[in-house]
Write a protein that binds this ligand. Structure first.
Ligand code: MEV
Length: 324
């Protein structure tokens, strides 16, 4: 029996570039201080025993040999495929006890699936004495996310690993840390859970039917990402806000907005935010606003009055780390 290893990985918020990043464009993502905690110990058995109470999985048991073969419950998939991929990659087989706990609800769209995947693989590396550099950890985690959900750019996996604020290109072709001067972000949750894969497939369909136009939308989003990187780095918050508004219009033209998101975004703008947009796949989940400190409270009250729930986050959070 080995010791129990605990690791934690941060959640994320997409700042600019969602959807276009699935098509080879860059995006900007920041890690947030709401963390996913994963603890793992090896056992003498031949099964994975999983406790993930946040997603209603308690005392789930599956044979290591069967991982990924049957129709496993939704809340177990990222863990069991991460374990399978790690074991296959290193030719290891062992019983395991895995427990996950999250500081944040999986409903927010903060990237709980990628954070849990990264956490499991990082912890397994430690338990079985396999040194995984960040790039290897990224490749194995991203592969796992694709195995489970079939689509995704991997930006959320990168945020969980590197933390901070990243300029990211699809599949990890570029992962660069950027240093925003100031990040006066207000986050509002719509109360509506969005299914990322459904929205990504919806955009894929839209793209298929309107290729020329959508290519131009993606090009414009790319321009916004490049400009916002610069504006963030020099601390031009007014410009960042303007670019958020522009990005939001383009996301609207991809038809990934929602009534709830629009209400919260408008409330934030009306109450002094420099700009606001949806964050992530759209259709629900969270919106973000860039609001000067003097207006923060007003913006927060505005969002709540419009039916949203303000979620306080610290941005630029540390990436995955061993807790003990
Ligand atoms: C979802 O949070 C962001 C998308 O760009 C999908 C992805 O990049 O994996 C819509």
């Amino acid at each position: 029996m080995t010791e129990r290893i605990e690791v934690s990985a941060p959640g994320k918020l997409m700042l600019f570039g969602e959807h276009a990043v699935v098509y080879g464009k860059p995006c900007i993502v920041t890690a947030v201080d709401h963390r996913m905690k994963v603890s793992i110990e090896a056992t003498n058995g031949d099964s994975l025993e999983l406790h993930a109470p946040d997603v209603n999985i308690v005392g789930y048991i599956e044979k290591i040999d069967d991982l990924g073969k049957g129709e496993a419950p939704k809340g177990t998939r990222f863990v069991s495929i991460a374990v399978r991929n790690f074991f296959n990659s290193f030719g290891i087989k062992s019983g395991l006890k895995v427990e996950t706990r999250s500081d944040f609800s999986s409903e927010f769209g903060f990237g709980s699936s990628s954070a849990v995947t990264v956490g499991v693989i990082k912890a397994l590396g430690k338990v079985f004495g396999k040194e995984l550099g960040n790039k290897k950890l990224f490749d194995m985690s991203y592969h796992t996310v694709l195995d489970v959900q079939g689509v995704g750019s991997g930006f959320d996996v990168a945020a969980a690993i590197w933390g901070g604020t990243l300029y990211f290109i699809t599949g990890g072709k570029k992962i660069e840390t950027i240093k925003p001067k100031d990040m006066p972000l207000v986050v509002g949750y719509t109360g509506v859970k969005a299914e990322t894969t459904t929205l990504v497939r919806q955009v894929a369909e839209f793209y298929k039917n309107n290729k020329k136009v959508v290519d131009r939308i993606f090009d414009s989003i790319e321009g916004i990402v490049e400009e916002s990187r610069h504006a963030l780095e020099i601390g031009d918050s007014q410009k960042v806000g303007e670019l958020m508004n522009l990005n939001q219009e383009l996301l609207g033209s991809l038809a990934v907005g929602s009534k709830e998101l629009t209400n919260l975004i408008e409330a934030a703008r009306e109450n002094g935010a420099f700009g606001a947009k949806l964050s992530g796949a759209g259709g629900g989940d969270c919106m973000i606003a860039f609001a000067p400190d003097i207006y923060r409270e007003k913006v927060e009250v505005g969002i709540e009055k419009a039916g949203g729930k303000v979620i306080r986050v610290k941005t630029n959070a540390e990436g995955v780390r061993i807790e003990g």
